[in-house]
Design a protein around this ligand. Sequence first.
Ligand SMILES: *Cc1c(COP(=O)(O)O)cnc(C)c1O
Length: 422
Amino acid sequence: MQEHQASITGGTCEGVDLAALAQREGTPLHAYSTSSIRQRIGDLKIALAGLDATICFAVKANPNLAILQLMANAGVGADIVSVGELRRALNAGMPAERIVFSGVGKSADEIAGALNVGILRFNVESLDELHTLQRVAKAQEVTARAAVRINPDVDAQTHAKISTGKSENKFGVGIDEARRWFADRKALTHVQLDGLHVHIGSQILSLDPFRLALQRVTAFWRELEQAGHPVNSIDVGGGLGVCYRAGVDRPVAAADYVDAIREALAGYRGRLLLEPGRWLVAEAGVLLTRVLRIKQGTERRFLVLDAAMNDLQRPSLYDAWHDIVPVTDEPRPPTTYDIVGPVCETGDTFARARELPECAAGDLLLIRATGAYGASMASTYNSRPLAAEVLLDQGRYAVVRRRQHFEDMIAGEQPARNWETA
Ligand SMILES: *Cc1c(COP(=O)(O)O)cnc(C)c1O
């Protein structure tokens, strides 16, 4: 089941000695396995064989330029949610014609920037955005390609904070509203509205919510076709879940996921777009961290790490589980710890009452499956500089983000010297 997790054997990951790596580059350190990411891309491509499909990696999962370059070299495009992500994607060599733009808060400036470079498609999330797109495209004398993001009102059966396809969520529009957009589409002189988009949430471990959402999209596509509105692209979003807890999380295989898409969209001849984020990179990543000390509290025993919630927010934000393992295989008696970081918040807890081989100060640990929504959500909270990131590739590694220096962290701050009136 974990075959594509960054495989760690005898203290090495992808042939790189983790103790030596931590010694040289310091901790906390985000490390990503190149072959694990390539394997995932390959698996998805095999599953998609015969379909007119484009994979657009959701940049927000891991926006590191080296990761985006790896994606670009494998022919993968980008799903972006800001102009910052657009610039990263282009910078990494992703062609504009493989970039789609999602999100409820695209500003007119961001829309103009994306139109300027000629991205593939806008996934439009509100009537106001549609009108803004029309206005900006008209001013630029270009035609924008657009899809309507459907909110299918489906429960993704995931954490509330990463559920996006219920009618109460801010994302997309209901089918009734989308129907009106298509009915009025001739009034859009500079928007080619000919696509459907759906993304119901993240870390989804069952095919049922995908099937349900796709059924609703398919029914709508058929209705539109009959009404004379061509649908040239259907974007099925991302959301495919991964294994965070060995033996408990059972992710859907790529082949089964794509089979469900094939089944739901049977008869559809247009282009298919996919926006996986987490699934491509999460299990390829580990966060290397050292034990600072053991603290015996009155009720609980704490393992204090040099990594904290600013390096990996998922446990504090979503109560997420991450497997945590020592780098050494040395047999030691099992001990129960609350695993915490140095940040001054009780929420800075990676795990409660977790059983681990007994640890000592200086031990190296791995927090697993941190390749998605790890470094990308990091902050400098508590004035902790951003951790370094390395890419591992068959016995070698490359630093792809150097550890932030104190000076980088405070760059842009200054004393209140120049007082002005607005
Ligand atoms: C976040 C997001 C994705 C990727 O989600 P994953 O769960 O990481 O696959 C895809 N599409 C949209 C619109 C998103 O917002």
